[in-house]
Structures are given as C-alpha cells and as structure tokens.
Design a protein around this ligand. Structure first.
Ligand SMILES: [Zn+2]
Length: 86
C-alpha cells in the first residue's frame, strides 16, 4: 500500500481553521512592513490566513494578525491586506 505523504497543515490566525498549506495565504512581516507573501518564500515571521473574506477583514481591522506577527499594523499594512482581498 502506498504511503500517504502528510500535507503540511497550517492554521488561519483569525478563525483557527486548519487547512493544507496550499489553501492558505502567507502573510509575512519584513523590516519594511507586513506583506502578502504569494511565493511563500519571503524571509520573515509568517502567519497564515484562509480564503474567507471575513478573516481578511478581521486581519486588517483587528489586532489578531498583528499579534501573530508580533508587530503592529500600519495603515499601509492594513491597506495592502484590504487590496489583496478585493
Ligand atoms: Zn480564517
């Protein structure tokens, strides 16, 4: 019997839903701010968001994401999250 390779699993920082890494979007904290990491390869502290618009909204408006990244979100950071969602 073929062995199933375990999929990397990550947790959405807002709703705590666990999904395969590919289904989630990585957000990364860099020295210049918080960015949506579409490559998954940007160096820095990362957090994951699921595809639910409500999670992106909360990530931009509340401090949940900021806490996960151990930073504070600037207006520019929040704007980037909002733009990505739309
Ligand atoms: Zn979520």
């Amino acid at each position: 019997m073929a062995q199933q390779r375990p999929q990397p699993v990550r947790t959405c920082v807002v709703c705590r839903e666990k999904s395969s890494k590919r289904a989630l979007t990585r957000i990364v904290r860099t020295e210049t701010g918080v960015y949506v990491d579409l490559t998954g390869k940007v160096n820095g502290r990362g957090a994951y968001l699921c595809a639910a618009p409500a999670c992106w909204q909360r990530a931009a408006q509340s401090d949940v994401l900021a806490r996960a990244l151990r930073t504070t979100l600037t207006d520019a950071d929040r704007e980037r999250l909002r733009l990505h969602r739309s």
